[in-house]
Ligand binder design. Structure first.
Ligand SMILES: *[C@@H]1O[C@H](CO)[C@@H](O)[C@H](O)[C@H]1NC(C)=O
Ligand SMILES: *[C@@H]1O[C@H](CO)[C@@H](O)[C@H](O)[C@H]1NC(C)=O
Length: 222
């Protein structure tokens, strides 16, 4: 009986940090996970221009509101994986000259995925993350421009991309308009479309060959 309880607890800890009593706080009225690594991710993105910082914060918060509204998601989503992936998903949009996150030859989603993985590997807690969690962060970010693909990956990865999508398409999956508006009030969307447009113009100007995809990687056939 005792062994059974321990196994149940261990399974709950793996399945859901929230179930295991992780620290939580409220931002813009949304209950979110409040661990050191999640705070460090917030501090890191705060260095970006406001449109980019607030887009990444809203992506996290819209997603957290979606998870909170759905019992299946509350039970199954790793809240730290979700927080880190949503908050770091656009490192590839850093227009700072000489940015360490931006390559000259990879599409921005891949820069973001590599950047988030690098950030985790350099973080005092993140460097001990299980490979499985790092992989989910990497794949969700790499595929965040490909909703029609990522929906068929693992639940976390699909949910991360649905979280980001809400910033452009409005509330989905149980997120109330009231909750959505409270988030948008604290982190205004005023510069979202102009900032996105400026970034795409900059990507097209600085690395045009990354602005379209290849269905098959050529080196495999040479
Ligand atoms: C909760 O989320 C799951 C997984 O995305 C989805 O299949 C289900 O329809 C959602 N339930 C509600 C009530 O929205
Ligand atoms: C995006 O920016 C370019 C360059 O400044 C501008 O010509 C274009 O009209 C903008 N597009 C939108 C949809 O704002």
């Amino acid at each position: 009986m005792q062994l059974f309880s321990l196994l149940t607890l261990a399974a709950a800890a793996t399945a859901s940090p929230a179930l295991f009593g992780q620290p939580m706080t409220k931002i813009a009225g949304v209950e979110v996970i409040d661990t050191q690594i999640v705070r460090d991710a917030q501090a890191m993105i705060k260095q970006f221009p406001d449109y980019l910082y607030s887009h990444q914060m809203r992506s996290w918060l819209f997603g957290a509101a979606m998870i909170n509204a759905n019992a299946t998601l509350r039970k199954n989503i790793d809240l730290e994986v979700h927080a880190i992936a949503t908050m770091l998903h656009d490192l590839g949009w850093d227009m700072t000259p000489g940015s360490r996150w931006v390559s000259s030859d990879k599409r921005f989603e891949v820069d973001g995925a590599i950047g988030a993985r690098t950030w985790l590997s350099e973080h005092p807690i993140g460097k001990y993350w299980a490979k499985d969690r790092v992989r989910k962060v990497f794949q969700a970010i790499a595929l965040h421009g490909s909703g029609s693909i990522v929906d068929y990956f693992e639940l976390e990865e699909a949910v991360i991309v649905q979280s980001i999508g809400q910033d452009y398409h409005g509330p989905v999956n149980g997120v109330s308009q009231t909750s959505y508006d409270a988030i948008a009030k604290q982190f205004p969307q005023t510069e979202l479309l102009s900032g996105t447009n400026d970034t795409f113009v900059w990507l097209a100007a600085t690395k045009p060959s990354t602005t379209w995809g290849k269905s098959i990687s050529r080196p495999a056939f040479t």
